[in-house]
Ligand binder design. Structure first.
Ligand code: 9MR
Length: 577
């Protein structure tokens, strides 16, 4: 299998901000610099320069040059870069490049709601579908979900929430980080200069709650929060206060399959410490953000956060095992120091209670930049950074010296990602060549590093952080080894066969492709699905990707990958006012 990589001249196929960096990459064996020519839509040459040969890019094993369009800053559409007779995909220069991505990336969450009809008036006819998992007909439901046989005597009403991904599972750990990042995108509008609250306010998203006086992004987040709260073990039961790790089908289902047609029994997996702390963290953030809109709900979040924290302290080593992958993902985690750190941080910010600060100070991760902000990105398995981001940006009782220290840690991490970007032929703010490679969901690792860069820029205003974030977009939107935008609907050549049971056009032409603004997991050198195994053998790390619906290990979509996409799109759109 040889991927069609099109032109060797690689650009951000959406475009470059008028005042932002404008760089690209050329695949070429030439050992000396080549001349590039920037042309406008009429074909008129507008700027020229020469490329810089950089040798072999270790992530793609391609011989590459870089080029920099420099100070050229005239807004327009349909620009191209020509080098050596080869022409790039067209791109824009302008200020309004990220506003639709902001709302499209957020719309992803309504599309993937469980337990509610997805209505044509919000998504259009082709994306409308019946509610899933409401115990109707053969479709099992999430109103009375039992534990696996012999595990507990109760059932939980755990309806609602978002489906995880291409599958119909609902998992607390990645569900929690996703909703936290939506809440943080909103919270940023309260804390960062230049962040536009109106752009996330009531009336900005096409969802049923529009017009209720609550910012739409909080309405969307609440759909998931209500589900997460329902995953807590009821009072009076063994392990009360803990959260079940996940809920999903007993057996894996095939594709395509609409949620309302899923015939599998639904079951709760046992409670885990990671899920419990994840719930505590998200619920603590909920408590402070929803207080102005719904005091009763905010109180419910506050008490859930507290009881979950207490339950985790009492059960600190209930680990979700890697073997539990039948019918749903395992989301295994046997190191919950980062979840303790994240939950303590959110609880401290919300309550100011010193016990949570003591938990932070006592954490083995405290002050350790590589543990809090790992070079390969925060994730459902590595959540401490989310806590540090809140501590660094949200007003709290944190003593000044500790606030300065956590901010310094964040800046140090951002400096590292900016250096990674500067050292990468494709500008990726990700420690890929030696530090770890490209793994399942690599695009989300890039996106999460971009979140760290954006937060650092909000705090300290270092243009190197902003530029490295924008270089991440260059990579994701086409300036990469495959010359492919990983976001559906964005760029000239974009991924559109992501693994999803309803957006399964590749398998059934009556079904839609993913809607615009859905980001693919991205290159994964481990070849963990049959399609990748068969077609991608021998691929260089950043080339281990295929836009095929059955390649779930390279081409799935999930809430926890679209959440940082929504955060950074919102950041980028705010940059230009
Ligand atoms: O995102 C998860 C990734 O980090 C893991 O390596 C992978 C294998 O365990 O699982 C991914 O999560 C998938 C989950 O297990 C099932 N639903 C789809 C998720 C995204 O591919």
């Amino acid at each position: 299998y040889e991927p069609d990589t099109g032109s060797p001249v690689r650009v951000n196929q959406v475009g470059y901000l008028t005042e932002g960096p404008k760089r690209g990459t050329l695949v070429s064996d030439a050992t000396s610099p080549l001349s590039w020519s920037l042309r406008d839509a009429d074909g008129t040459e507008r700027a020229t320069g020469s490329t810089t040969p950089v040798g072999v890019d270790p992530t793609s094993e391609q011989h590459v040059h870089t080029f920099d369009l420099g100070a050229f800053a005239e807004p327009g559409e349909g620009y191209t870069v020509a080098v050596d007779g080869e022409v790039s995909e067209p791109f824009a220069i302008g200020d309004d490049l990220y506003s639709t991505l902001r709302t499209d990336a957020l719309a992803y969450f309504y599309h993937n709601r469980s337990g509610i009809e997805i209505e044509a008036q919000y998504v259009g006819e082709q994306y409308a579908r019946p509610a899933g998992h409401l115990n109707e007909g053969a479709n099992q439901g999430d109103f009375e979900v039992p534990c696996r046989p012999g595990q507990c005597d109760y059932t939980l009403d755990a309806h609602g929430g978002w489906y995880d991904a291409g599958d119909h599972g609902k998992y607390v750990v990645n569900g929690g980080i996703s909703v936290a990042q939506l809440m943080s995108s909103y919270e940023r509008t309260l804390t960062a200069d230049g962040a536009d609250g109106d752009a996330l306010g009531d009336g900005t998203l096409a969802i049923p709650e529009q017009g209720n006086g609550v910012p739409d992004i909080l309405d969307e987040a609440r759909w998931q929060l209500e589900f997460l709260l329902r995953m807590q073990v009821p009072a009076g039961e063994p392990l009360a206060g803990m959260a079940h790790h996940k809920l999903h089908d007993r057996e894996w289902t095939g594709l395509p399959l609409r949620p309302d047609q899923d015939p599998q029994p639904r079951e709760l997996a046992p409670p885990s410490t990671a899920a419990t702390l994840n719930l505590a963290a998200a619920a603590a953030q909920c408590a402070r953000l929803y207080a102005p809109y719904d005091a009763e709900f905010a109180d419910r979040c506050a008490s859930t956060a507290t009881t979950a924290w207490q339950a985790a302290l009492a059960n600190p080593e209930r680990y979700a095992p890697p073997t539990d992958g039948q019918g749903g993902g395992a989301y295994e985690d046997s190191d919950v120091r980062d979840e303790f750190y994240w939950a303590a941080a959110e609880l401290f910010v919300t309550t100011g209670e010193d016990s949570y600060r003591q938990a932070l100070l006592g954490s083995e991760l405290h002050g350790d930049v590589d543990a809090v902000f790992p070079r390969n990105g925060l994730s459902w398995q590595s959540t401490a950074g989310l806590g540090a981001l809140s501590l660094a940006t949200v007003d709290s009782e944190l003593p000044a010296a500790e606030l300065a220290a956590v901010r310094a840690l964040l800046i140090e991490a951002a400096d590292g990602f900016a250096a990674d970007s500067a050292g990468s032929a494709y500008g990726v703010p990700y420690d890929s060549p030696d530090g770890g490679g490209y793994f399942w969901g690599s695009n989300s690792q890039v996106l999460n590093n971009m979140v760290v860069l954006g937060t650092a820029y909000d705090l300290a205003g270092d243009p190197a952080h902003r530029d490295a974030l924008l270089r991440g977009f260059d990579y994701l939107l086409g300036a990469n080894p495959l010359n492919l935008s990983y976001v559906t609907g964005y760029g000239e050549r974009y991924a559109q066969n992501q693994h999803h049971r309803f957006w399964a056009n590749q398998l059934n032409p009556a079904l839609p492709n993913p809607p615009p603004g859905s980001v693919a997991g991205g290159p994964n050198q481990e070849l963990q699905d049959p399609v990748a195994e068969e077609r991608l053998a021998g691929c260089a790390p950043a080339m281990c990707y295929i836009d095929h619906i059955e390649s779930y290990a390279t081409n799935e979509v999930t809430i926890n990958w679209n959440a940082p996409l929504a955060w950074v799109a919102s950041f980028a759109d705010d940059l230009t006012g």
